[in-house]
Design a protein around this ligand. Structure first.
Ligand SMILES: NC(=O)c1ccc[n+]([C@@H]2O[C@H](COP(=O)([O-])OP(=O)(O)OC[C@H]3O[C@@H](n4cnc5c(N)ncnc54)[C@H](OP(=O)(O)O)[C@@H]3O)[C@@H](O)[C@H]2O)c1
Length: 251
């Protein structure tokens, strides 16, 4: 197993991406510490993990509340003995459908500032433990910020996250902490069940049409890439991203 004995905190662990990554981490021997604001959602993922023989804990924490996040990270490190992986993949209220110049500034900028703020809070909470251990992995999700019309601050936010990821990697590298992004082109399986079937199919097709492989990454693909990024198999990788876009982004 690639992550045996590791402790991974997954903010948004009850969500589509966070849940998939948590399941993959646990399959590889990590304890998944699932964080979110709604315990029953987190417990559903935790029960799946336990049923598959893995280990998961849940905690009701708002990833914007710095004290709650620090207290939780400290308690994971104290109880479990380490905090090895921090993955923040919470959702945000993004605004789509209008050119940026037609948006209210607040609607545009909150996509960017919320993502930066919560990534800063969760990394700030994990870093002291990782530095003390001389090892750790911070994962971000999104990547590159390929400009797209009428996406508001969404892609601008990913560009900003990439800038922060590079800075964190520069500052933490000598202390053994690697910082990597999983760069996505969209995961059709993660489209909400509330979305009408016709719309789901159209979104899935639009994601697949942009790939070179003719198929989009699955949630399992995201989990496997996250395991690799968090494991010692990628110990030479930091300050970069894993391109899991199936060729939508050509590096
Ligand atoms: N899915 C994709 O294909 C895709 C593509 C590009 C980017 N992304 C980005 O990836 C992130 C996750 O996507 P997803 O599809 O997994 O979303 P999701 O299924 O809605 O899951 C997001 C999770 O975040 C939790 N959350 C929201 N606010 C929180 C807070 N303040 N503190 C703690 N937890 C919080 C939610 O639970 P509670 O509400 O219970 O807290 C929810 O379980 C989003 O930022 C999205 O923009 C996703």
């Amino acid at each position: 197993m690639l992550l045996e004995g590791k402790n991974a905190v997954i903010y948004g662990g009850g969500g589509a991406i966070g849940g998939a990554v948590a399941r993959a981490f646990a399959r590889e021997g990590a304890t998944a510490h699932l964080v979110g604001r709604t315990l029953p959602t987190l417990e559903t993922v935790a029960e799946d993990i336990r049923a598959a023989g893995g280990t998961a804990e849940t905690a009701q924490v708002d990833a914007f509340d710095q004290k709650q996040v620090v207290d939780h990270a400290d308690s994971v490190a104290a109880r479990a003995g380490s905090l090895d992986i921090s993955f923040n993949v919470i959702s945000h209220p993004d605004h789509f459908g209008k050119p940026v110049v037609d948006m209210a500034y607040e609607d545009f900028e909150q996509s960017v500032t919320r993502r930066l703020r919560t990534l800063w809070i969760t990394t700030h909470a994990a870093a002291p433990h990782m530095i003390a251990q001389g090892a750790g992995v911070v994962l971000t999700y999104g990547g590159y910020g390929n400009p797209m019309a009428n996406h508001g601050g969404f892609q601008v936010a990913f560009g900003a996250i990439e800038a922060l990821r590079r800075t964190l990697a520069c500052e933490l590298g000598r202390q053994g902490v690697r910082v990597l992004t999983l760069q996505t082109g969209g995961i059709p399986e993660s489209i909400s069940d509330d979305t009408p079937e016709k719309t789901r199919a159209a979104i899935a097709k639009s994601i697949e049409d942009l790939t070179l492989l003719g198929r989009a990454a699955s949630l399992a693909d995201v989990g496997n890439a996250a395991v690799f990024a968090a494991s010692d198999w990628s110990r030479a990788l930091t300050a970069t991203k894993l391109n899991i876009t199936a060729g939508t982004i050509v590096d």
